[in-house]
Design a protein around this ligand. Structure first.
Ligand code: SF4
Length: 401
Protein backbone atom coordinates (compact mmCIF):
# COMPACT_ATOMS: atom_id res chain seq x y z
CA UNK A 1 0.00 0.00 0.00
CA UNK A 2 1.36 3.47 -0.90
CA UNK A 3 2.14 5.55 2.15
CA UNK A 4 1.88 8.82 0.25
CA UNK A 5 -0.01 9.77 -2.87
CA UNK A 6 -1.44 12.77 -4.69
CA UNK A 7 -4.56 13.71 -6.61
CA UNK A 8 -5.94 16.70 -8.49
CA UNK A 9 -8.33 19.29 -7.08
CA UNK A 10 -11.32 17.93 -9.00
CA UNK A 11 -11.10 14.28 -7.94
CA UNK A 12 -9.60 15.30 -4.59
CA UNK A 13 -8.50 11.72 -3.90
CA UNK A 14 -11.77 10.06 -4.94
CA UNK A 15 -12.09 7.25 -7.46
CA UNK A 16 -13.69 8.60 -10.65
CA UNK A 17 -15.83 5.52 -11.30
CA UNK A 18 -17.27 5.16 -7.81
CA UNK A 19 -20.83 4.62 -9.01
CA UNK A 20 -19.74 1.58 -11.05
CA UNK A 21 -17.95 0.24 -7.99
CA UNK A 22 -21.04 0.32 -5.78
CA UNK A 23 -21.71 -3.18 -4.44
CA UNK A 24 -25.16 -4.69 -4.91
CA UNK A 25 -28.00 -3.27 -2.84
CA UNK A 26 -28.95 -5.21 0.27
CA UNK A 27 -32.13 -7.16 -0.39
CA UNK A 28 -33.61 -6.23 3.00
CA UNK A 29 -33.39 -2.48 2.34
CA UNK A 30 -36.68 -0.60 2.03
CA UNK A 31 -37.91 0.30 -1.46
CA UNK A 32 -36.86 3.98 -1.28
CA UNK A 33 -33.28 3.07 -0.37
CA UNK A 34 -33.08 0.47 -3.14
CA UNK A 35 -34.44 3.06 -5.59
CA UNK A 36 -31.74 5.53 -4.45
CA UNK A 37 -29.08 2.85 -4.96
CA UNK A 38 -30.41 2.19 -8.50
CA UNK A 39 -30.31 5.89 -9.37
CA UNK A 40 -26.75 6.37 -8.09
CA UNK A 41 -25.33 3.14 -9.49
CA UNK A 42 -26.81 4.11 -12.86
CA UNK A 43 -24.79 7.36 -12.76
CA UNK A 44 -27.73 9.70 -12.10
CA UNK A 45 -28.46 12.09 -9.26
CA UNK A 46 -31.22 11.76 -6.68
CA UNK A 47 -34.26 14.00 -7.07
CA UNK A 48 -35.64 16.21 -4.31
CA UNK A 49 -38.54 13.74 -3.94
CA UNK A 50 -36.11 10.87 -3.42
CA UNK A 51 -34.33 12.95 -0.77
CA UNK A 52 -37.64 13.53 1.01
CA UNK A 53 -38.33 9.80 0.91
CA UNK A 54 -34.96 9.12 2.57
CA UNK A 55 -35.73 11.72 5.24
CA UNK A 56 -39.06 9.98 5.93
CA UNK A 57 -37.63 6.45 5.87
CA UNK A 58 -38.02 4.87 9.34
CA UNK A 59 -35.13 2.47 8.72
CA UNK A 60 -32.31 4.98 9.25
CA UNK A 61 -29.71 2.21 9.37
CA UNK A 62 -30.34 1.32 5.71
CA UNK A 63 -30.00 4.98 4.63
CA UNK A 64 -26.70 5.08 6.54
CA UNK A 65 -25.57 1.80 4.96
CA UNK A 66 -26.10 3.15 1.45
CA UNK A 67 -24.27 6.38 2.35
CA UNK A 68 -21.38 4.39 3.84
CA UNK A 69 -21.31 2.24 0.70
CA UNK A 70 -20.95 5.33 -1.50
CA UNK A 71 -18.21 6.66 0.77
CA UNK A 72 -16.34 3.33 0.54
CA UNK A 73 -16.68 3.21 -3.24
CA UNK A 74 -14.98 6.58 -3.41
CA UNK A 75 -12.33 6.21 -0.71
CA UNK A 76 -12.25 2.58 0.53
CA UNK A 77 -11.53 2.50 4.25
CA UNK A 78 -9.62 5.79 4.26
CA UNK A 79 -10.84 8.64 6.45
CA UNK A 80 -9.13 12.00 6.11
CA UNK A 81 -8.07 14.66 8.56
CA UNK A 82 -5.77 17.66 8.57
CA UNK A 83 -3.65 19.64 10.98
CA UNK A 84 -5.15 23.06 11.23
CA UNK A 85 -5.87 26.00 13.46
CA UNK A 86 -8.64 28.58 13.40
CA UNK A 87 -7.64 32.21 13.75
CA UNK A 88 -10.65 34.55 13.70
CA UNK A 89 -9.23 37.95 12.80
CA UNK A 90 -12.08 40.02 14.28
CA UNK A 91 -15.43 39.54 15.94
CA UNK A 92 -16.63 43.04 15.03
CA UNK A 93 -19.42 42.73 12.51
CA UNK A 94 -21.78 45.16 10.85
CA UNK A 95 -24.44 42.43 10.64
CA UNK A 96 -26.23 40.57 13.41
CA UNK A 97 -27.28 37.15 12.12
CA UNK A 98 -29.76 35.66 14.55
CA UNK A 99 -27.92 32.38 15.02
CA UNK A 100 -24.53 34.01 15.62
CA UNK A 101 -23.05 34.03 19.12
CA UNK A 102 -19.69 35.26 17.87
CA UNK A 103 -20.21 38.76 16.50
CA UNK A 104 -19.86 41.89 18.57
CA UNK A 105 -20.60 45.54 17.97
CA UNK A 106 -17.56 47.74 17.74
CA UNK A 107 -18.12 49.18 21.23
CA UNK A 108 -18.65 45.88 23.05
CA UNK A 109 -16.22 45.23 25.89
CA UNK A 110 -15.02 42.00 24.35
CA UNK A 111 -14.90 43.24 20.74
CA UNK A 112 -11.52 42.69 19.13
CA UNK A 113 -9.79 43.27 15.82
CA UNK A 114 -6.30 41.80 15.40
CA UNK A 115 -3.78 44.03 13.76
CA UNK A 116 -1.51 42.23 11.34
CA UNK A 117 1.26 41.76 13.88
CA UNK A 118 -1.16 40.16 16.35
CA UNK A 119 -2.57 37.92 13.62
CA UNK A 120 0.93 36.73 12.70
CA UNK A 121 1.76 36.12 16.32
CA UNK A 122 -1.44 34.03 16.75
CA UNK A 123 -0.55 31.94 13.72
CA UNK A 124 3.04 31.72 14.95
CA UNK A 125 1.94 29.89 18.12
CA UNK A 126 0.84 26.92 16.02
CA UNK A 127 3.02 27.24 12.93
CA UNK A 128 5.27 24.30 13.82
CA UNK A 129 2.47 21.76 13.80
CA UNK A 130 -0.19 22.92 11.35
CA UNK A 131 -0.23 23.27 7.59
CA UNK A 132 -3.56 25.10 7.35
CA UNK A 133 -4.93 28.26 8.91
CA UNK A 134 -8.68 28.73 8.65
CA UNK A 135 -9.54 32.41 9.08
CA UNK A 136 -13.03 33.81 9.05
CA UNK A 137 -14.41 36.70 11.03
CA UNK A 138 -16.92 39.49 11.28
CA UNK A 139 -17.56 42.09 8.61
CA UNK A 140 -15.29 44.78 9.94
CA UNK A 141 -16.57 48.25 9.01
CA UNK A 142 -13.13 49.60 8.04
CA UNK A 143 -11.14 46.71 6.58
CA UNK A 144 -11.10 46.89 2.80
CA UNK A 145 -9.04 45.05 0.22
CA UNK A 146 -5.74 46.72 1.12
CA UNK A 147 -5.94 45.44 4.71
CA UNK A 148 -6.49 41.86 3.58
CA UNK A 149 -3.85 42.06 0.85
CA UNK A 150 -1.32 43.10 3.44
CA UNK A 151 -2.55 40.41 5.84
CA UNK A 152 -2.18 37.55 3.35
CA UNK A 153 1.11 38.86 1.92
CA UNK A 154 2.61 39.09 5.41
CA UNK A 155 1.18 35.75 6.47
CA UNK A 156 2.37 33.78 3.45
CA UNK A 157 5.80 35.41 3.51
CA UNK A 158 6.23 34.63 7.21
CA UNK A 159 4.75 31.12 7.01
CA UNK A 160 5.34 29.85 3.47
CA UNK A 161 4.47 26.24 4.43
CA UNK A 162 0.96 27.17 5.58
CA UNK A 163 -2.16 27.21 3.39
CA UNK A 164 -4.48 30.11 4.20
CA UNK A 165 -8.13 29.10 3.71
CA UNK A 166 -9.98 32.25 4.55
CA UNK A 167 -12.96 34.57 4.13
CA UNK A 168 -16.49 33.37 3.61
CA UNK A 169 -18.57 34.56 0.67
CA UNK A 170 -20.19 37.35 2.70
CA UNK A 171 -16.76 38.61 3.77
CA UNK A 172 -15.68 38.69 0.13
CA UNK A 173 -18.84 40.61 -0.75
CA UNK A 174 -18.31 43.05 2.13
CA UNK A 175 -14.66 43.71 1.18
CA UNK A 176 -15.64 44.23 -2.49
CA UNK A 177 -18.35 46.72 -1.52
CA UNK A 178 -16.16 48.64 0.93
CA UNK A 179 -13.42 48.88 -1.68
CA UNK A 180 -15.74 49.56 -4.59
CA UNK A 181 -14.37 46.72 -6.71
CA UNK A 182 -16.02 43.72 -8.35
CA UNK A 183 -16.10 40.29 -6.71
CA UNK A 184 -13.76 39.03 -9.43
CA UNK A 185 -11.21 41.79 -8.88
CA UNK A 186 -11.42 41.30 -5.14
CA UNK A 187 -10.81 37.55 -5.40
CA UNK A 188 -7.99 37.97 -7.93
CA UNK A 189 -6.22 40.47 -5.70
CA UNK A 190 -6.62 38.27 -2.63
CA UNK A 191 -5.37 35.26 -4.54
CA UNK A 192 -2.31 37.19 -5.67
CA UNK A 193 -1.69 38.23 -2.05
CA UNK A 194 -1.73 34.59 -0.86
CA UNK A 195 -5.32 33.48 -0.24
CA UNK A 196 -5.37 29.87 -1.45
CA UNK A 197 -8.92 28.64 -0.94
CA UNK A 198 -12.29 29.68 0.47
CA UNK A 199 -14.12 28.01 3.34
CA UNK A 200 -17.79 27.31 2.74
CA UNK A 201 -19.25 29.22 5.67
CA UNK A 202 -22.16 31.57 5.29
CA UNK A 203 -24.25 29.33 3.05
CA UNK A 204 -26.61 28.67 5.98
CA UNK A 205 -29.71 27.64 3.99
CA UNK A 206 -29.78 28.82 0.39
CA UNK A 207 -33.36 30.02 0.53
CA UNK A 208 -33.96 33.75 0.68
CA UNK A 209 -37.07 33.51 2.86
CA UNK A 210 -35.16 31.57 5.50
CA UNK A 211 -32.19 33.94 5.16
CA UNK A 212 -34.42 36.94 5.72
CA UNK A 213 -35.27 35.53 9.16
CA UNK A 214 -31.97 34.04 10.32
CA UNK A 215 -29.38 36.27 8.65
CA UNK A 216 -30.99 39.41 7.24
CA UNK A 217 -28.51 41.53 5.30
CA UNK A 218 -26.23 38.66 4.39
CA UNK A 219 -25.57 37.81 0.74
CA UNK A 220 -28.55 36.26 -1.05
CA UNK A 221 -28.58 32.61 -2.09
CA UNK A 222 -27.69 33.55 -5.66
CA UNK A 223 -24.90 35.83 -4.49
CA UNK A 224 -23.38 33.05 -2.36
CA UNK A 225 -23.38 30.78 -5.40
CA UNK A 226 -22.04 33.49 -7.70
CA UNK A 227 -19.10 34.30 -5.38
CA UNK A 228 -18.11 30.63 -5.33
CA UNK A 229 -18.65 30.43 -9.10
CA UNK A 230 -16.23 33.29 -9.67
CA UNK A 231 -13.73 31.83 -7.20
CA UNK A 232 -13.77 28.49 -9.03
CA UNK A 233 -13.43 30.20 -12.41
CA UNK A 234 -10.25 31.94 -11.36
CA UNK A 235 -8.75 28.84 -9.75
CA UNK A 236 -9.68 29.20 -6.09
CA UNK A 237 -11.21 25.95 -4.85
CA UNK A 238 -13.73 26.09 -2.01
CA UNK A 239 -15.85 24.16 0.42
CA UNK A 240 -19.58 24.58 0.92
CA UNK A 241 -21.66 24.25 4.05
CA UNK A 242 -25.20 23.93 5.36
CA UNK A 243 -26.36 25.22 8.74
CA UNK A 244 -29.48 23.19 9.43
CA UNK A 245 -32.12 22.83 12.14
CA UNK A 246 -32.94 26.50 12.53
CA UNK A 247 -36.31 27.21 10.90
CA UNK A 248 -35.98 25.53 7.51
CA UNK A 249 -37.92 22.55 6.20
CA UNK A 250 -36.33 19.33 5.00
CA UNK A 251 -37.39 20.33 1.50
CA UNK A 252 -35.40 23.55 1.82
CA UNK A 253 -32.35 21.57 2.96
CA UNK A 254 -32.62 19.35 -0.10
CA UNK A 255 -33.12 22.32 -2.43
CA UNK A 256 -29.96 23.80 -0.86
CA UNK A 257 -28.01 20.65 -1.69
CA UNK A 258 -29.37 20.62 -5.23
CA UNK A 259 -28.28 24.26 -5.78
CA UNK A 260 -24.74 23.33 -4.74
CA UNK A 261 -24.82 20.22 -6.91
CA UNK A 262 -25.87 22.26 -9.94
CA UNK A 263 -23.08 24.78 -9.45
CA UNK A 264 -20.62 21.92 -9.04
CA UNK A 265 -21.74 20.56 -12.43
CA UNK A 266 -20.62 23.86 -13.95
CA UNK A 267 -17.37 24.42 -12.07
CA UNK A 268 -16.10 21.29 -10.25
CA UNK A 269 -14.62 23.68 -7.70
CA UNK A 270 -16.24 22.42 -4.50
CA UNK A 271 -14.16 19.83 -2.72
CA UNK A 272 -16.05 19.28 0.47
CA UNK A 273 -19.54 19.75 1.89
CA UNK A 274 -19.86 20.49 5.60
CA UNK A 275 -23.36 19.98 7.08
CA UNK A 276 -23.68 21.14 10.69
CA UNK A 277 -26.66 21.64 12.99
CA UNK A 278 -27.44 24.89 14.74
CA UNK A 279 -26.06 25.02 18.30
CA UNK A 280 -28.61 26.88 20.39
CA UNK A 281 -26.67 28.12 23.42
CA UNK A 282 -26.28 31.84 23.96
CA UNK A 283 -27.77 32.91 20.68
CA UNK A 284 -30.99 34.37 19.50
CA UNK A 285 -33.20 31.87 17.73
CA UNK A 286 -35.54 30.56 20.42
CA UNK A 287 -37.85 29.05 17.80
CA UNK A 288 -35.17 26.96 16.16
CA UNK A 289 -36.24 23.35 15.69
CA UNK A 290 -32.77 21.99 16.72
CA UNK A 291 -31.53 18.60 15.56
CA UNK A 292 -31.37 15.33 17.44
CA UNK A 293 -28.38 13.06 16.93
CA UNK A 294 -30.52 10.90 14.66
CA UNK A 295 -31.57 13.87 12.51
CA UNK A 296 -27.94 14.96 12.25
CA UNK A 297 -26.74 11.51 11.18
CA UNK A 298 -29.61 11.24 8.69
CA UNK A 299 -28.75 14.63 7.22
CA UNK A 300 -25.09 13.65 6.86
CA UNK A 301 -26.06 10.41 5.14
CA UNK A 302 -28.49 12.18 2.81
CA UNK A 303 -25.84 14.81 2.00
CA UNK A 304 -23.55 12.03 0.82
CA UNK A 305 -26.30 10.62 -1.38
CA UNK A 306 -27.65 13.89 -2.81
CA UNK A 307 -24.22 15.44 -3.47
CA UNK A 308 -22.93 12.80 -5.82
CA UNK A 309 -20.53 15.24 -7.50
CA UNK A 310 -18.86 16.73 -4.40
CA UNK A 311 -16.11 14.37 -3.29
CA UNK A 312 -15.89 14.91 0.47
CA UNK A 313 -18.46 15.08 3.25
CA UNK A 314 -17.05 16.44 6.46
CA UNK A 315 -17.84 15.52 10.05
CA UNK A 316 -17.12 18.86 11.67
CA UNK A 317 -15.92 17.99 15.18
CA UNK A 318 -16.20 21.54 16.44
CA UNK A 319 -19.93 21.40 15.98
CA UNK A 320 -20.87 17.72 16.25
CA UNK A 321 -18.56 16.78 19.10
CA UNK A 322 -16.32 13.75 18.95
CA UNK A 323 -18.88 11.03 19.73
CA UNK A 324 -21.32 12.06 17.00
CA UNK A 325 -18.44 12.70 14.58
CA UNK A 326 -17.24 9.15 15.16
CA UNK A 327 -20.70 7.86 14.26
CA UNK A 328 -20.93 10.19 11.24
CA UNK A 329 -17.97 8.31 9.76
CA UNK A 330 -20.28 5.30 9.46
CA UNK A 331 -23.04 7.42 7.88
CA UNK A 332 -21.20 8.60 4.78
CA UNK A 333 -18.75 11.21 6.11
CA UNK A 334 -15.14 10.62 5.10
CA UNK A 335 -13.37 13.61 6.61
CA UNK A 336 -12.85 14.62 10.22
CA UNK A 337 -11.97 18.28 10.74
CA UNK A 338 -9.47 18.54 12.31
CA UNK A 339 -6.85 19.07 15.01
CA UNK A 340 -8.14 22.68 15.11
CA UNK A 341 -6.17 23.75 18.23
CA UNK A 342 -8.13 26.99 18.62
CA UNK A 343 -11.73 27.84 17.69
CA UNK A 344 -14.19 30.50 18.85
CA UNK A 345 -17.32 30.53 16.71
CA UNK A 346 -18.78 27.14 17.68
CA UNK A 347 -17.44 27.30 21.25
CA UNK A 348 -19.16 30.63 21.89
CA UNK A 349 -22.34 28.98 20.59
CA UNK A 350 -22.02 26.16 23.12
CA UNK A 351 -19.66 23.57 21.61
CA UNK A 352 -17.71 21.57 24.21
CA UNK A 353 -15.50 19.73 21.72
CA UNK A 354 -11.95 19.52 23.06
CA UNK A 355 -9.46 21.81 21.35
CA UNK A 356 -5.76 21.26 20.84
CA UNK A 357 -6.38 17.64 20.11
CA UNK A 358 -3.29 15.62 19.37
CA UNK A 359 -3.04 14.01 15.93
CA UNK A 360 -2.77 10.65 17.65
CA UNK A 361 -6.12 11.08 19.33
CA UNK A 362 -7.70 12.13 16.06
CA UNK A 363 -6.13 9.09 14.38
CA UNK A 364 -7.50 6.93 17.17
CA UNK A 365 -11.06 8.29 16.70
CA UNK A 366 -10.79 7.31 13.04
CA UNK A 367 -9.27 3.90 13.76
CA UNK A 368 -12.04 3.19 16.29
CA UNK A 369 -14.46 3.10 13.36
CA UNK A 370 -12.40 0.44 11.59
CA UNK A 371 -11.04 3.01 9.14
CA UNK A 372 -7.52 3.96 8.12
CA UNK A 373 -6.50 7.52 9.07
CA UNK A 374 -5.03 9.60 6.25
CA UNK A 375 -3.59 13.05 6.76
CA UNK A 376 -4.41 15.38 3.87
CA UNK A 377 -3.52 18.88 2.81
CA UNK A 378 -6.24 21.55 2.67
CA UNK A 379 -7.21 21.05 -0.97
CA UNK A 380 -7.12 17.25 -0.94
CA UNK A 381 -4.27 16.89 -3.38
CA UNK A 382 -1.64 15.31 -1.08
CA UNK A 383 -2.24 12.40 1.25
CA UNK A 384 -0.19 10.34 3.68
CA UNK A 385 -1.14 7.34 5.77
CA UNK A 386 -1.15 8.12 9.47
CA UNK A 387 -0.58 5.55 12.17
CA UNK A 388 -1.49 6.71 15.62
CA UNK A 389 0.86 5.82 18.44
CA UNK A 390 -0.32 3.99 21.52
CA UNK A 391 -2.37 6.30 23.72
CA UNK A 392 -4.54 5.65 26.78
CA UNK A 393 -8.06 4.43 25.87
CA UNK A 394 -10.38 7.26 24.79
CA UNK A 395 -13.17 7.92 27.24
CA UNK A 396 -16.26 9.50 25.71
CA UNK A 397 -18.43 9.41 28.82
CA UNK A 398 -17.61 10.67 32.28
CA UNK A 399 -17.13 7.95 34.91
CA UNK A 400 -19.62 7.79 37.74
CA UNK A 401 -18.13 8.86 41.04
S1 SF4 B 1 -22.50 35.00 11.04
FE1 SF4 B 1 -20.84 36.28 10.20
S2 SF4 B 1 -21.90 37.92 9.11
FE2 SF4 B 1 -23.42 37.01 10.51
S3 SF4 B 1 -23.27 38.23 12.40
FE3 SF4 B 1 -21.91 36.45 12.67
S4 SF4 B 1 -19.92 37.22 12.05
FE4 SF4 B 1 -21.44 38.66 11.21
Amino acid sequence: MDKEWSSDVVLAGSTSDWCKRLPKAETNWPAGVIAAWKTLSGGSSLSLEQGLELYAEPDLASVGELAAMVKSSRFGTHVFFNSNVHVNQTNICVLACKFCAFRRGRKAKDAYAMDIETYLSEVGKFADHVDEVHSVGGLHPDWGIEHYEELFKSATTTFPHIHFKALTAVEIQHISRLSNISIETCLKRLKKAGLSSLPGGGAEILDDEVREVICRGKESSDEYLEIHRVAHRIGIPSNCTMLFATIESREQRLAHMISLRELQRETSGFQCFVPYPFLPDDSRLPNAQLATGVETLRTIAISRLMLDNIPHIKAYRMNLGDSLSELALSYGADDLDGTVHQESIMHLAGSVTPLDIDRNILGKIIENTGSIAVQRNTIYTRFSLFESKEIPPLRGLKMAS
